[in-house]
Design a protein around this ligand. Structure first.
Ligand SMILES: [Zn+2]
Length: 427
């Protein structure tokens, strides 16, 4: 396939150039100006449309997709741990196979329509553990998206739940597909015993995949670790050999030096500003973030909205370099994706994966490589996403999801959500 006349953007480093792309077998086979279609080759004229590399959501929970509009718990949570106990740990226990599938399907549809082509998901469904990651993969591959999936290992559901979660991670990590790979999931230090940490360490060593874990999202996690083990959460992870290749979500209650330390040991950090504001847990030490990317933590699949919130939160905190720091976090998503899936994401260059977003954005002011960031953070949003391609296949075309009947999926999801909320009320 030939995509002609696009205005191709890159974020790492930021650039903008008009060029044609020839796509063969899911990769960009050629990038040049004035390419002519070969006999029988499909050619599409993008007429100067802005093309972005597909966006990456570095930390999300698709299982929360059916929670939108759900009533508040009878007893209002007073802090973060109570939010988990009264909302999310009841929701995850109430999830069955159909709920897991439909959550991933509608979450995937929303991500695709927002130009997000790769989801790093962190899953939990204690009543349906075995096969849960394969169920999410089925839904996301139906939509046509890439993902890195894991199951949340924890001691909060007893040794049976812990071991089933570990096994699910190990089984899944051994069977990567073209679009989907695995990580070793873990909840957070405060729900993981020493034995569980040891088992996670074994799973990481056996699979060669990093751990994906919440770190110091709330002060309670940092205080618990200090009280029980006399060390910080990063020190505990390091003692178990879990920092290299790790993806640490949040790190709100780490110091700048601790962030530098985990980066030095090869860990990535997912920054989730909207979720952190929503849960009132505090603000991550963003000036120290280096190997870092943005995640939505289950709020939605909209990375352009997350980027704008990240930018505004940095500005509100008085950062003068918020602009470049936010673009750096978006680019960080591509670097993380490259580390997880072994492909050069984010470049739209020869040899790179054909994961891209065509925007229907008619700039009301001049647009060039020098001010692309201004257009991204102050003008462009998900309403401009016209078409999305993943691995050379259209996932969204002219604002319509290509591979899934959206109305039908949403109707099924509404029914499943109603039943899920009823089960939750009965728990
Ligand atoms: Zn999370």
């Amino acid at each position: 396939m030939l995509l002609r006349g696009g205005l191709l953007a890159a974020l790492d480093p930021i650039s903008l150039e008009g060029a044609d792309l020839r796509i063969v077998d899911g990769r960009i086979a050629q990038r040049a100006r004035g390419l002519a279609a070969a006999p029988g080759e499909e050619a599409l004229d993008l007429r100067g449309g802005l093309v972005l590399p597909g966006l990456v959501n570095a930390h999300t929970h698709l299982y929360s997709a059916l929670a939108r509009g759900m009533g508040a718990p009878a007893l209002p949570p007073r802090n973060f741990v109570e939010i988990l106990e009264r909302v999310w740990w009841r929701l995850d226990r109430a999830l069955d196979e159909e709920g897991v599938y439909l959550s991933a399907l509608v979450g995937g549809i929303e991500a695709a329509l927002s130009g997000t082509t790769l989801l790093v998901d962190h899953h939990s469904s204690p009543s349906f553990i075995r096969g849960s990651l394969g169920t999410i993969r089925r839904a996301l591959e139906e939509v046509g998206l890439r993902s890195a999936l894991c199951y949340e290992v924890t001691d909060r559901n007893g040794p049976g739940g812990r071991d089933a979660g570990l096994q699910e991670n190990r089984d899944f990590a051994a069977h990567a597909s073209e679009l989907t790979s695995g990580l070793i999931g873990a909840h957070a230090s405060f729900t993981l015993s020493e034995e569980a940490m040891g088992l996670l360490s074994e799973a990481v060593a056996a699979s060669g995949r990093g751990v994906h874990i919440h770190v110091a999202e709330d002060r309670a996690d940092a205080l618990d670790c200090r009280a029980r083990y006399g060390e910080s959460v990063p020190e505990r992870l390091m003692r178990h050999g879990l920092l290299p290749r790790a993806l640490l979500a949040h790190c709100v209650h780490l110091s700048g030096d601790e962030v530098a330390g985990v980066h030095a040991h090869g860990a990535w950090i997912a920054h989730n500003p909207r979720s952190n504001m929503n849960n009132h847990v505090g603000y991550a030490p963003t000036p120290a973030l280096r190997r870092a990317a943005l995640g939505t933590d289950g709020m939605d699949g909209d990375m352009l909205a997350e980027a704008r919130a990240a930018f505004l939160k940095m500005r509100d905190a008085g950062r003068d370099d918020a602009f470049s720091a936010t673009l750096e976090l978006l680019a960080g998503g591509h670097r993380l994706a490259a580390a997880l899936l072994g492909l050069p994401f984010g470049k739209l260059d020869t040899g790179g994966p054909a994961d891209l977003v065509v925007l229907d954005y008619d700039p009301p002011t001049p647009l060039d490589g020098g001010n692309l960031g201004g257009h991204l953070l102050f003008g462009i949003d998900r309403s401009h996403v016209a078409s999305v391609m993943v691995a050379g296949r259209w996932v969204v075309r002219d604002r319509r999801v290509v591979n899934v009947e959206v109305e039908q999926a949403y109707a099924r999801a509404r029914e499943a959500a109603r039943r899920l909320w009823e089960r939750m009320a009965a728990l």
